[in-house]
Design a protein around this ligand. Structure first.
Ligand SMILES: [Zn+2]
Length: 247
């Protein structure tokens, strides 16, 4: 009774399409999720650079203030120098000026280095913001196309469920218990209930060789409940038998 197996293969084909649709929906959700993660990583990087930049600006401001304070004191000390009476006092003040000049020079170098660093960080921050913007654009595009594809898949899914009902009915018309066997195998194999058996009795899914009893039943193709692979439990069919009348 080839027609039963053919009806079952028709059902199997529909189920595979349903599964592929579901897999594709899952993939798309995963891809969008991965892009969302990329954006979060880009934002995090931007935040880190922003924080470093703020700290650097604060530190550079402080150095600038130190430099100005040293310069102001140099001015004071130089004014003091004009009214000095003795050698000892003169030395104290000139030493202090020297010390202050070193301090002011050091602060100035640090301010210049800080400003360069600030410029570099600002460029880096701009690049980060640009990267975030680009990722957001990409995500918006992906979301749009994913939504369009998901809509198509869902519309097709509704059709497939309809086709499936008809296919189930057809199988049940041939053999009331055949669908139960199919459904059992469907659940057990998580959506891959049929397998081909080679002419010498080997299941093409798990490669278990069937005993002669099962082989005979499969070749006849009538008793679906007992067409199950002894290894993986899939319903076995012989390819050439069904191909002749398929499509
Ligand atoms: Zn098997």
């Amino acid at each position: 009774m080839l027609d039963l197996m053919q009806a079952m293969l028709g059902l199997y084909d529909i189920d595979r399409k349903i599964m592929r649709g579901r897999d594709r929906l899952g993939e798309m959700t995963g891809a969008v999720h991965a892009q969302e993660k990329n954006i979060e990583a880009a934002r995090e990087k931007a935040r880190t650079v922003e924080k470093t930049l703020k700290d650097k600006m604060f530190a550079t401001d402080r150095l600038n203030m130190d430099m100005r304070a040293a310069e102001a004191e140099i001015g004071e000390q130089e004014r003091k120098l004009k009214n000095i009476k003795n050698q000892k006092e003169y030395r104290i003040v000139t030493d202090r000026i020297k010390e202050l000049k070193i301090k002011a020079d050091e602060a100035e170098s640090a301010v210049l280095a800080g400003m360069e660093e600030i410029e570099r960080l600002q460029e880096q921050m701009n690049a980060c913001h640009q990267a975030v913007g680009e990722e957001e654009l990409k995500l918006a595009g992906s979301r749009r196309s994913a939504q369009e594809e998901a809509d198509r898949i869902k519309a097709r899914h509704a059709e497939l469920l309809h086709e499936r009902k008809r296919a189930v009915k057809l199988v049940e018309e041939f053999d009331a218990t055949a669908y139960q066997a199919y459904d059992h195998a469907l659940k057990r194999t998580k959506g891959d209930p049929l397998a081909e058996m080679s002419m010498d009795g080997i299941c093409q899914s798990c490669f278990r060789r069937q005993n002669s009893n099962v082989m005979n039943i499969v070749h006849i193709g009538k008793d679906v409940k007992n067409c199950r692979c002894q290894g993986c439990g899939r319903i076995l069919h012989v390819k050439n038998m069904v191909r002749e009348n398929a499509s």
